[in-house]
Design a binder for this molecule. Structure first.
Ligand code: PNW
Length: 470
């Protein structure tokens, strides 16, 4: 039987814009995702987060759902424009009150609150002033962290400054498939830096105001890249520099990797990095959050043959891979989830062991892992999502193997508690272990929710169900 350490933290995760709704209620200001989703043609089906899962109005019901699942922790995000509608100065007390009810509701139920400060919903006013490519946004972020830390600092157990700055920078300002939808490689790299700087400033600000026992963290979607053959080591290096070390470097080592600066010299001279910035970005953290969905496969491109663009951006469209003009992203063997992401849990074990090697004293939490599948409702009214259970079982086994191999993994947060707004894909992609009916907003446990409940209760994976007698 696969078991987990005694104090292993089991949780589920969501993000504000993906579940809350109430986009213009109780004083919330607009964010870049309101603007983006309200612009025709940018989100599949014209879907928006206006209603989302109506979590804002169903807080008690959702808290009870978490309690029934039995999880020890819940990772949610705080909407910056709900707390500071214009990005700064004016605090919206009603916004803070909502998160106070959320935090207190979790604590009452013995569930540890894990709060992400930035899960992509930048106040629109700050984007109008230049967004993340503008240095001032980093200072505004630290001020928001301080205000929120002062208000909720006695209840939140773990503070995560940023969620996946890779997505904010490269998808938001590079390929433009996420808000604010800009396609400017130099702006994307400036965004990388100001996100790193904002993380460091926010981590320091939090430290001054929150419970000294609280942890400070950041969540990265590290890319586990493999080469098709040994000849492709240079392609792997480039991808690793842009996707991983662009954040790990300043945040954990206090410096940008030299090769990244060299790779991107034709795009920017990095003059936005000021003296002391890298040291600021390297503010101490207690634990690193890692989101993992799949590994990626790359090879050196010869520049002539038709190019594989299996990284998800259409051929000819702006690429998030700014330093990878000579890299091919190769379609990997299936099976795939409904996102078209290949299912391969071995990348998770390898990634965790790499972190163990590179940062031996830094504990890790899996802050997201999960899968989208079509999820038909059966005649019995249930969702028999065996594919999702299989995905989760594989990845939890991979986590246990990494722990066995010496990785210091403290917890696992399943993405996601419930079906929600899957960014540019809208509601068509369902990641939840709880189904949300789009018409009635009714929440229904899928089989995977029952399965996860049992995993959490046992702190172990149940034996695999016997296959039907043949
Ligand atoms: C993460 N990519 O997003 C986010 O943190 C979640 O909000 C999201 O719902 C979840 O993963 C599932 O997608 C990502 O293109 C979005 O590589 C896109 C990518 C990676 C992560």
């Amino acid at each position: 039987m696969t078991t987990f350490p005694d104090d292993f933290l089991w949780g589920t995760a969501t993000a504000a814009y993906q579940v809350e709704g109430a986009w213009n209620e109780d004083g919330r200001g607009p964010s870049i995702w309101d603007t983006f989703s309200h612009t025709p043609g940018l989100v599949t089906g014209g879907d928006t987060g206006d209603l989302a899962c109506d979590h804002y109005h169903r807080l008690e019901e959702d808290l009870d759902l978490l309690a029934a699942l039995g999880v020890g922790a819940y990772r949610f995000s705080i909407s910056w424009p709900r707390v500071l509608p214009g990005g700064g100065d004016r605090v919206n007390q009603a916004g803070l009150d909502f998160y106070r009810r959320l935090v207190d509701g979790l604590l009452t139920r013995n569930i540890a609150p894990v709060a992400t400060l930035y899960h992509w919903d930048l106040p629109q006013e700050l984007e109008d002033a230049g967004g993340w490519p503008n240095r001032d946004t980093a200072y505004r972020f630290a001020e928001y962290a301080r205000q929120t830390g002062e208000a909720l600092g006695d209840g939140v157990r773990t503070w995560i400054t940023l969620n996946e700055p890779w997505c904010s920078a490269y998808l938001g300002y590079g390929s433009g498939v996420h808000a604010p939808g800009r396609t400017d490689p130099a702006a994307a790299l400036a965004a990388v830096h100001h996100l790193n700087l904002g993380h460091g400033l926010a981590a320091r600000a939090l430290r001054e105001v929150v419970d000294p026992a609280a942890q400070v963290s950041v969540t990265l979607n590290l890319h586990h890249a493999r080469g098709v053959s040994e000849q492709d080591a240079e392609a792997v290096r480039r991808v690793d520099a842009l996707a991983n070390r662009a954040f790990l470097g300043p945040m954990l080592d206090g410096a940008y990797p030299r090769d990244l600066i060299d790779d991107t010299a034709s795009v920017t001279d990095w003059s936005f990095v000021k003296d002391g910035d890298e040291a600021t970005a390297a503010a101490p953290i207690e634990v690193l959050g890692v989101n993992y969905y799949n590994p990626i496969l790359v090879r050196q491109w010869d520049g002539t043959s038709a190019r594989d663009t299996a990284d998800g951006h259409a051929d000819g469209a702006a690429s998030p891979w700014i330093n990878c003009a000579d890299v091919e992203f190769v379609q990997q063997p299936g099976p795939y989830t409904e996102m078209g992401w290949n299912i391969d849990e071995t990348g998770l074990t390898e990634l965790l062991l790499r972190l163990r090697r590179d940062y031996p004293s830094l504990p890790v939490m899996i802050t997201e892992n999960g899968a989208a599948f079509p999820d038909e409702v059966s005649a019995d009214g249930r969702v028999h999502d065996d594919d999702r259970i299989d995905y989760l079982r594989r990845h939890l086994t991979a986590v246990a193997e990494a722990i066995e191999g010496g990785a210091d993994v403290r917890g696992y947060f399943l993405w996601s508690l419930m079906d929600n707004f899957e960014w540019a894909h809208g509601y068509g992609k369902r990641f939840g272990i709880v189904r949300v009916d789009r018409d009635t907003m009714e929440r229904t446990w899928k089989d995977s929710a029952r399965w996860y409940h049992d995993v959490v209760a046992a702190n172990a994976l149940p034996a695999e169900a016997a296959s039907p007698a043949s």
